[in-house]
Design a protein around this ligand. Sequence first.
Ligand SMILES: CC(C)(COP(=O)(O)OP(=O)(O)OC[C@H]1O[C@@H](n2cnc3c(N)ncnc32)[C@H](O)[C@@H]1OP(=O)(O)O)[C@@H](O)C(=O)NCCC(=O)NCCS
Length: 218
Amino acid sequence: MPEIQIRKFDLKDRSEVRRISCETSFLEEDRGLFIEDDEILSDALTLYYTDYEPESCFVAVNRDRVVGYVIGTKDANRMEKVFFKQILLKFIKKAFCKHLFIKVKTWRLFFYISMSALKGEFNAPHFSAQYPAMLHINVDKDYRGCQIGKSLIGHYMNYLKEQGISGVYFGTISNEAKAFFSKLGFKLLYESKRSYLRYQTGKILPFYILGKSLGQAV
Ligand SMILES: CC(C)(COP(=O)(O)OP(=O)(O)OC[C@H]1O[C@@H](n2cnc3c(N)ncnc32)[C@H](O)[C@@H]1OP(=O)(O)O)[C@@H](O)C(=O)NCCC(=O)NCCS
């Protein structure tokens, strides 16, 4: 078993968190099939958390190497506002400067996400009144099954409890994540389908929202 320490995120961990976020994106299919630029991808997956709410992030470290993280927000409504007011425009500008909008892949992904949106696949209910916080977790492939995910979630939940937060929820397209979080006492709040990766993976994916009220031990 590797010797793992869970600690608060530090700015020096940022690039490793971004690396893991890219490697675990798109259900670990070849991400180059969907988007070529790791900087844009990791911005989309992690930038709010690491840059605007780093106090709500934790990393798992093995001999100074980051091997997993849980990044989150205490207030999903605030995150949404910051994203639309402060991040989105910069994000689009960066994608433009990196010539992403002249790439067929970008438009293909955008087209299929838009088709999913038109079919109502993103119309999920809001759970932030009962579950204000949100999370996003990933563990390096080589370090899974060593209780790192459970330990990260334990630290994050204790942090939220100390902050007086009443609950946490998140969405996922991963059956493995659903099984992992069910084991940790998360309840399935909502279930639907997402078809936007079908053009590359051939699969219509499930989409789950899971949540947990705080005050219960992990
Ligand atoms: C899901 C993930 C975070 C789990 O982390 P992990 O460190 O491998 O899990 P742990 O070793 O802490 O497992 C804790 C418990 O959950 C169980 N578990 C872990 N993964 C599981 C799975 N896929 N199915 C069923 N149970 C699972 C373990 O058996 C263990 O049970 P135990 O306490 O009875 O021994 C990790 O596999 C991962 O990053 N996966 C890829 C990306 C992903 O799905 N991220 C989540 C997106 S929200």
